[in-house]
Design a protein around this ligand. Structure first.
Ligand code: TXA
Ligand code: MG
Length: 320
C-alpha cells in the first residue's frame, strides 16, 4: 500500500530521497496531483507508464523549481522567456525545443524533439522539487483515461501499490490540469486548455490558435475519450431523468435527479474547475444510470471545464 504523509519537512526529505532512489512519489500541485519520478532516470519513467497503464507514445510533463532549471533543459527564446516570467510559477506548461544533450530520459518525451516543462506554484510541489534538485516528470496521478485526482485519497484509491508515498497537501486549489501552450513553432498554440485561462494568456501573446485536434493530436494526450468516469455523461442537459445524477451549475439546478452536486451555485467557472473532478467521482458512485451535466459558460476556466466534460462524454473507444 502507498503511505499518505503530511508534508512536513521530514516527509519532504523522505519523498525526495525516494525519488532519487528511482521510486515514485505522488504530490499535490495547484492543478491536480502528479505521479512523480526522476525525469533523467529511464527506469523511473518506465514505472510511471506502467503504474498509469499509459500509452508509451504520450509524453510526460517535466516539473522544475524555477525558470533557470527550465532553461537548462529547453531553448527559451525571448517570447518564451516573457511568458515564463509572467506566469511561472503557475498552472501553465510550455512545450519548447529541447536542448541538445538535455539529460531527460528519451522515454519521458516519447521520442519528441520538444519538451513540456512546468514550474508549479503549490508550496508542497516547490519544496519537493527544491529538495530533490533534479527534474521530476509527473503526469496526473490517475490510471490513463480516467478522472484526474485532486486529493491524496483519490491517488491512493486509484494507484494503490504502484506509488510509494503520497504527500497530502489537501484539495488542489485550481482543480483542472495546467494549460499546455506550444511555443516550439512560429505560431503559439494551446494544446490543452487548463488552469491558466485563454484571456489572460492572450493579453500577453496575442490571439492563440487551437491545437487540440482529437484526430491528429499534436499533444498525444488529447485523444477524444479521457477524464472519463464509469457512468455515461450527457452534456448540456435542460431536463433530467429520475434515475440520472445531476452535475449542476448556477443558482437554479434542474429538479428531479436521483442525486445532485452543484459545481458552483454562484455560477463561477473557477469554483466549478475546483469541484469538477471530485464531484464527477462522487456522482460516479451514486448508483445512477448516467450523469447529466448542465450547460457551463466558456469564459475563464469554463473553457477547461467544458473541455474535460466533453472528453468525459466522448464515446469510450481509445483511438490508435
Ligand atoms: O496540471 C498538470 O499539467 C498535471 C500536473 C501533475 O502537473 N500534469 C498533467 O500531466 O496533466 P498529463 O501527463 O496528465 O498530461 C500532459 C499533457 C498530455 O496531454 C501530453 O500529451 C502533453 O501534455 N505533452 C507532454 N509533452 C508534450 C510534448 N512534448 N508535446 C506536446 N504535448 C505534450
Ligand atoms: Mg492526465
Amino acid at each position: 500500500m502507498s503511505r499518505i504523509l503530511e508534508p512536513t519537512p521530514a516527509a519532504i526529505r523522505e519523498a525526495a530521497l525516494a525519488l532519487r532512489q528511482g521510486r515514485l512519489v505522488a504530490f499535490p500541485t495547484e492543478t491536480v496531483y502528479g505521479l512523480g519520478g526522476i525525469a533523467t532516470d529511464p527506469e523511473a519513467i518506465a514505472r510511471i507508464y506502467r503504474a498509469k497503464n499509459r500509452p508509451a507514445h504520450n509524453p510526460l510533463i517535466v516539473h522544475v523549481a524555477d525558470l533557470a532549471a527550465a532553461a537548462a533543459l529547453t531553448a527559451l527564446d525571448a517570447r518564451a522567456r516573457a511568458v515564463a516570467e509572467a506566469f511561472w510559477p503557475g498552472p501553465l506548461t510550455l512545450v519548447l525545443p529541447r536542448r541538445t544533450g538535455c539529460a531527460i530520459a528519451a522515454n519521458a518525451t516519447a521520442g519528441h524533439d520538444t519538451l513540456a516543462v512546468r514550474v508549479p506554484a503549490h508550496p508542497v510541489a516547490r519544496a519537493l522539487l527544491r529538495a530533490t534538485d533534479l527534474p521530476v516528470a509527473a503526469p496526473s496521478a490517475n490510471p490513463s483515461g480516467l478522472v484526474s485526482p485532486t486529493t491524496a485519497q483519490h491517488v491512493a484509491a486509484d494507484l494503490g501499490e504502484a506509488v510509494d508515498i503520497v504527500l497530502d497537501g489537501g484539495p488542489c486549489p485550481v482543480g483542472v490540469e495546467s494549460t499546455v501552450l506550444d511555443l516550439s513553432g512560429p505560431t503559439p498554440c494551446i494544446l490543452r486548455p487548463g488552469g491558466l485561462d485563454r484571456e489572460t494568456l492572450e493579453r500577453l501573446v496575442g490571439p492563440l490558435a487551437e491545437g487540440g485536434d482529437a484526430k491528429a493530436p499534436r499533444s498525444p494526450g488529447q485523444l477524444a475519450s479521457h477524464y472519463a468516469p464509469r457512468l455515461p455523461v450527457r452534456l448540456d442537459a435542460t431536463s433530467v431523468a429520475p434515475d440520472e445524477a445531476l452535475l449542476a451549475f448556477g443558482p437554479r439546478p434542474l429538479e428531479g435527479a436521483l442525486t445532485v452536486r452543484n459545481l458552483s451555485p454562484s455560477g463561477d467557472p473557477a469554483e466549478a474547475a475546483r469541484n469538477l473532478f471530485a464531484m464527477l467521482r462522487e456522482l460516479d458512485r451514486s448508483g445512477a444510470r448516467a450523469i447529466a451535466v448542465m450547460p457551463i459558460p466558456a469564459h475563464g476556466l469554463g473553457e477547461a471545464v467544458r473541455d474535460r466534460l466533453r472528453r468525459a462524454a466522448a464515446p469510450r473507444i481509445r483511438s490508435a
